[in-house]
Ligand binder design. Sequence first.
Ligand SMILES: Cc1ncc(COP(=O)(O)O)c(C=O)c1O
Length: 373
Amino acid sequence: MSSAPSASRPVPRPGVLAIEAYVPGKSGAPGAAKVHKLSSNETPLGPSPLAIEAMRQEAFRLALYPDGNSTRLREAIAFRYGLDPARIVCGAGSDELLSFLAYVYLAEGDEGIFTEHGFLVYRIAILAAGGVPVVVPERDLRADVDAILAAVTPRTKIVYLANPNNPTGTYLPFAEIRRLHAGLPPHVLLVLDGAYAEYVRTNDYSAGLELVLESENVVMTRTFSKIHGLAALRIGWMVGPPEVVDAVNRIRGPFNLSGSAIAAGAAAIADEAHVAAAVAHNETWLAWTSEVVSSLGLVVTPSVANFVLVHFPDEPGRSAAEADAYLAARGVIVRRVTSYGLPDALRVTIGSEEANQAFVAALTAFVKESIRA
Ligand SMILES: Cc1ncc(COP(=O)(O)O)c(C=O)c1O
C-alpha cells in the first residue's frame, strides 16, 4: 500500500498548475460592421473545394468509428512527400503530436528546450508531461544555435524548434539546423515544427525531412491548419524514426482523428494547385504588407511565413496596445504577443486583399493620428 499523504481533494501533479492556459487569437470585434480576422495565421483562401466535398461525403458515415490508423491520410501524405506511410503519425492538430512527444520522452524533472519567443504550446507540453521548460535566448528575434547547444544538460531530452517560428516569422537556414543537430547528444530528440514550411521561398531553407530520414533523433511535425485551410478539423502529422513512431502510437488515442479529418486531409494534400495558389498569394501580399508598414516608420521583422511582426514604440498614444485597440475598433483583429515576451509588437496574418488593405488603411490612420497628437 502506498502511504501518500491525504488531501481534501484531488491534487494535480507538480507542474500542472504552473501552466498558463493557451490563449488563442481574438476572433471578434464588437461593434465593427465588417471584421477581418488576422489573428490566427489562417489562410484567406480557405480549404480546397475537394476537401470540403470529401468531408461532405463523410456525413453518411458518422455512426461508424473512423480508421484508427488514419491510413488514407497517411498514404496521401506519404505519396505527396515520397515517404513510407509507416513513418507517419497523424494527430488532432500538430499540437497533439507536440504534446505526445513530451509525454513519451520527458520523465519528471527532465528538461525540454525551446527559444525565447518560441511557440507557447512547447512550454505547455513540457510542463504537462512533468518536465522542466528551459527557455533559450534568441538573437535578433531568431533562434540561436549556439545558445541552444549551450543550454543542453544531462537532463535535456527534447528540443522544440519552430522553423519558421511563430510569432516572429524568422527562420534558420538548413545549414544551421544541421549544425544544431550535429551538436546535440544522440539521446536528445530534436522536434522541427514546420507549421509554416510551405510558405517559405528561400533557397537555404528546408523543413528538415532529409535530416529526419537520416537520423534516429529528429522528428518533423506539420499541420493542415495553415496553408491547407483546415484549422477547424484539427489535423497534424509527424514523420520520425520507426522507434519514435512506435512510441507515439502506443500513447495516442485509438481514434484520434475523426473520419471527416482523415477524408478532408487526404483530399487537401493532393490538391497541389490550391497550395500553390496560397503560396503565390502570400508571396505577393507578404511583400506588400511588409513594405507599406515599414514605409509608415514602423519596424517589421522580415518574415518568411504568412504573418508579420510589427513593432511599436513604447510611448503613450503610439503603443502596440493602443494600435491593437484602434485596429479592433475598425474591425481589424490582430494578435497581441505580450505572452511571447513581445509587449511592443503585434502579429498580423496576411489575409485577403480586402483584409490587407483594411489593415494598412487602419494602421496608416493610427500612425497619422498618433503623430498629430
Ligand atoms: C509554430 C506552430 N506550431 C504548431 C501549431 C499548431 O497547429 P495545429 O495544432 O493547428 O496543427 C501552430 C499554430 O498556431 C504554430 O504556430
